[in-house]
Every structure is written in structure tokens, then in C-alpha cells.
Write a protein that binds this ligand. Sequence first.
Ligand SMILES: CC(C)(COP(=O)(O)OP(=O)(O)OC[C@H]1O[C@@H](n2cnc3c(N)ncnc32)[C@H](O)[C@@H]1OP(=O)(O)O)[C@@H](O)C(=O)NCCC(=O)NCCS
Length: 135
Amino acid sequence: MARRRAGSGEASSGQRDPRNLAERNGGATRDRRRCDRHAVGLINLQFRDDHVATLAYRVFPASRGQGFASRAVRLVTSWAFRDIGLTSLLLEIDEANDASLKVAEKCQFGPVDTRTELASNGARHTTLVFARQRP
Ligand SMILES: CC(C)(COP(=O)(O)OP(=O)(O)OC[C@H]1O[C@@H](n2cnc3c(N)ncnc32)[C@H](O)[C@@H]1OP(=O)(O)O)[C@@H](O)C(=O)NCCC(=O)NCCS
């Protein structure tokens, strides 16, 4: 299986206003007008093959709830479909991760699979897989 990494991106904000995030740079989002180089999170693509990748993201606790994750996922999704030729993006989300499930819904990813694994302590761990196809 071919694998490539697109590199991690940082999302930065001047006034922590997601409406200011306007510039893409290889998956990174930066505030073009008021960038103070203050990172608010990370986003990256994990390639499954030349056409399919899993999108992973994290917003640092102090910056959550301001729309950064949704904005970053939308920007990287557009870039991945338009500029690097991916045809499908995946999200893998713990079923208890309500914030990330909301991000998937807001960014128009649909459910495609469910994986349940048994941890060594016997606990069940369920991951929901979502996908979005290139339009
Ligand atoms: C998941 C995560 C990336 C969301 O980042 P964020 O920037 O706070 O997300 P957004 O601000 O774009 O919010 C997305 C939506 O989720 C909602 N939301 C946020 N926290 C929530 C919670 N605990 N329960 C339910 N909904 C929640 C927001 O209200 C928003 O919906 P709205 O626009 O309709 O109000 C962030 O919580 C995080 O980094 N968590 C730890 C790492 C992680 O889980 N990464 C994803 C792995 S798949």
C-alpha cells in the first residue's frame, strides 16, 4: 500500500476569530491579516493510497468551541480534492467524541463504517468511520 504524508498543518489565529482564517499552505491554515503565529491546533492527511486519505485534527483546549476545526476541515478538504487529486477523504472518530462527530456532520462527511475493538482490559472501543467524496 502506497503511503505519503502531506505534513501537519497548524491553524493560527490573530484574534482567534475563525472568520479570519483565509490562507492555505499545504494543509495549514493561517490568519492572513492578523497572524501572530499562535498555533491553535493541528491537521494532517494520512494517505491510504494515491486517492484516499484519512483526515486527522486537533484543536488545543484553549481554542476549542470557536469553529477552528470545522473551518480547517473544510479548507483542507477543498484543497485535497481540488489541488492534490484525492477522490475520497475519511474521518475516524470515537463514538463518544461528540465535538468531532459534530465537525464531521458540519463538514458533510457521511457514515460509512463502524469498527469495534476489545481492549486488553475488556473494554469495548467503537470507532465510527465517515467519508466524503470529491464532487
Ligand atoms: C474535536 C475538536 C477538534 C473540535 O474542535 P473545535 O475547534 O472546538 O470544533 P468547532 O469549534 O469547529 O465545533 C464544532 C461543533 O461541535 C460542537 N461542539 C463542541 N464541543 C462539543 C461537545 N463537547 N459536545 C457536543 N458538541 C460540541 C460545537 O458547538 C460546534 O457546533 P456548532 O458550530 O453547531 O456550535 C476538539 O474538541 C479536539 O481537538 N478534541 C481532541 C482531539 C480530537 O478529538 N480530535 C478529533 C479526532 S477524530
